[in-house]
Design a protein around this ligand. Structure first.
Ligand code: HAM
Length: 452
């Protein structure tokens, strides 16, 4: 049986790959206007980074990490030997921890410096049960801003994300933005204690996982998908009743800036997000219908303590990530089709084998000038070369036969207007250069080649 891609992964075939490139470019254009610069971090990191950064009580760390291990270390483990902590590696389940590690390691935010604004795009890995909109390898585009704790950072980040959805074509009226504040190390402990006490009272109604969570981080019980637990957690204390004055002022300022920008949002005091590093602002963008349960197309928040967790000096942070595949599902639900292959500028058809070498050189010259050019590689008849040119959506077809070659010319047919003219071989290069200049303007391209 032919092998298939692993469960929960998918191939990005050329049409989709083109869209993914456009998606990343649109993000880079928009986020670039807000000062975000590209960064790329490794696809795997020391497991400890994720345990310390994301939190061991999270599903992401406790259940969903893929470990990456070298053959040598695997042999050692199988032989019952231990391996060094730094050799325990995991595929990144998200991008924030790696970016924060890179910021600390490369000292990107020296004391007193302006914040580091970074953006990334690429695959993340989570061993979740695959379903529509939930994969084991998926792509995220994300941003992280390190070094500033002002609410303006949070607000401009959220505004920028909503601008991105608009630009990529996700109708804003099909989305909802949920916001909350998770408090800080001053006010959260009292809230955690209150949730823990509430969970203890309802211990007999909670699942094993939630009982374990109540010991490590009770707030994680808000993520539990089991109906019984969800019903219990509905009645749990709300963080909004526990925020300290500073956290409340920060939250109010973020909301005020969103109001001023005309961004609508829903306050959801049970939004805790699935990662432990958040402090203060958290938010999530969901698609209102047509996406089933996997309807979150992006989310993020502030993480003012994460840098210290991974061994850096205190550096406040804010960021978000959006899921490419889920955005694509939302776009397709709204009727978008993937863009097709762009037209081939020039197809060179050979009447017989005697001219193939010259055809090959013409095609090469066109590519060197900067045009897309193709020729037949399978000894097809002239008729099927024209069919291939049609399939490639060729703008011009050049036909070269022994007679043309003997006269030092080639026939050039404009496939849109079907006009044909004879061009001297020695004039081809300048023709190609003029084509390149006029390519952006299809009408001008047509005229150029139809001129006598
Ligand atoms: P997250 O909410 O875990 O946040 O993931 C962000 C987005 O990635 C989700 O909203 C969703 O669109 C997509 N996503 C997550 N898991 C899957 C999956 N299994 N299959 C398909 N798409 C998925 C983070 O990852 C944080 N690092 C965001 C952040 C950045 N917070 C601060 N800075």
């Amino acid at each position: 049986m032919a092998l298939r891609a692993p469960e929960g992964t998918r191939d990005l075939l050329p049409d989709e790959q083109r869209f993914w490139t456009h998606f990343k470019q649109t993000a880079a254009d928009i986020f670039g206007r807000y000062g975000y610069q590209p960064i790329e971090t490794p696809l795997f990191e020391q497991t400890d980074l994720f345990v310390r950064g994301i939190g061991e009580a999270t599903d992401v760390v406790s259940k969903e990490m893929f470990s990456a291990i070298s053959g040598e270390n695997l042999k050692r483990l199988l032989a019952g030997e231990s391996i060094k902590a730094k050799s325990r590696l995991s595929l990144r389940p998200e991008g924030t921890a790696g970016v924060v590690r890179a910021v600390v390691q490369n000292d990107l935010v020296p004391q007193g410096a302006a914040p580091a604004k970074l953006m990334y795009a690429g695959p993340m890995f989570r061993a979740e049960r695959p379903q529509k909109g939930r994969q084991r390898q998926f792509n995220q585009v994300g941003i992280e801003c390190l070094g500033a704790d002002e609410p303006t950072v949070d607000a401009e980040g959220i505004i920028m994300l909503m601008r991105f959805y608009e630009a990529i074509g996700i109708p804003v009226d099909r989305t909802r933005l949920l916001v909350n504040s998770m408090g800080c190390e001053k006010c959260r402990p009292a809230y955690r204690d209150a949730v823990k006490a509430y969970m203890d009272e309802h211990a007999d109604e909670l699942c094993e996982d939630c009982l374990r969570r109540s010991e490590i981080n009770p707030l994680r019980a808000f993520d539990c998908k089991k109906e019984g637990c969800a019903a219990v957690m509905e009645g749990a204390p709300k963080i909004s009743d526990y925020l300290c004055d500073d956290c409340r002022a920060h939250y109010d300022a973020v909301k005020r800036l969103l109001d001023l920008a005309g961004i609508s949002y829903i306050e959801d005091s049970r939004l805790v997000r699935g990662l432990d590093y958040y402090t203060r602002t958290v938010f999530e963008v969901q698609v209102v219908e047509g996406m089933g349960s996997q309807n979150a197309i992006g989310g993020g928040g502030r993480y003012d303590k994460l840098t210290e967790e991974v061994g850096g000096r205190p550096t406040p942070g804010f960021g978000f990530a959006l899921g490419y595949e889920r955005c694509l599902l939302a776009l397709q639900a709204a009727g978008m089709e993937l863009p097709g292959r762009p037209p081939c500028d020039i197809f060179v058809a050979s009447v017989d084998d005697s001219v193939r070498e010259v055809s090959f050189r013409i095609v090469q010259a066109a590519r060197d000038v900067g045009l897309t050019a193709e020729l037949d590689h399978q000894h097809r008849s002239l008729k099927s070369q024209f069919k291939l040119a049609d399939k490639l959506n060729a703008v011009l077809v050049m036909v070269l036969g022994p007679d043309e070659l003997a006269s030092g010319v080639v026939k050039v047919r404009n496939m849109q207007t079907h006009h044909e003219r004879t061009v001297e071989l020695k004039a081809l290069r300048s023709l190609m250069e003029r084509f390149l200049g006029a390519r952006c303007d299809a009408a001008a391209t047509g005229q150029l080649f139809d001129q006598k």
